[in-house]
Design a protein around this ligand. Sequence first.
Ligand code: UP6
Length: 265
Amino acid sequence: RTKLTYESRANLAKSPLAKRLFNLMVAKQTNLCVAADLTKADAILDVADKCGPYICLLKTHVDIVEDFSENFVVNLQELAKRHNFLLLEDRKFADIGNTVSLQYGQGLYKIANWADLVTAHTLPGRSIVQGLKAALTGDNATKERGVFLLAEMSASGNLIDDKYKETSNKIATEGGDVDYVAGIVCQSASCFAFPGLIQLTPGVKINEGVDKLGQQYQTPEHVVKERGADIGVVGRGILEAASVEKAAVTYRDRLWAAYLERVAK
Ligand code: UP6
């Protein structure tokens, strides 16, 4: 899988959104996702505008935004359209189908209305995917939507074992809901083999190491060439830089160069 180009993998994708994302990555020559982990709406919009030209995905944690409003979402969608990137709400759903359906479609955030993609844990099994799909009714029934399933985490000491990874892979690749699964959040190429899925890998920083709360970082080159990342997720590596825009360019360049080297071999 990791030797194939994104162009060729777009044709193998079962999820229309994975296909779109692969093609967007090729057109824009970027496999960078910025994690806009900020608590003020304007600060997130600023990062989205500055990083917009260099990213394929903007990842949010909407429940940390102190001044969330519908207007924020409208502005975010406008920036996504202007700069041609997709929105990923990193909600990490983890409950029974009925509850995730409500969490996805209802409440303050109405995530299904605006997020192209979301993340979900596979802990509850297949029903989590069915629960998410069940929320796509009314106006949202015709929108292209997808999920990244977590099969590994970057946190040190996390409880995921090989069997969990294997079963997560099965949920992503077998059964009637594969059209909704765009990819897998994981740390290693061995997590899954199907080339039509996208590997999203967080824990990326030019200065490798750990933070104070168990986060483990690898370099852009390492995650793409050794760990099989198709998209690298960078939060504080960009957000805490003196120039967010310059940092986004650097991460984009390094992640993309690593991908070109990976497929050239
Ligand atoms: N994230 C991880 N590790 C995972 C899954 N998700 O770090 O296994 C998410 C975090 C955060 C981002 O929720 O939004 O990726 C990483 O941010 P950082 O680069 O600032 O550490």
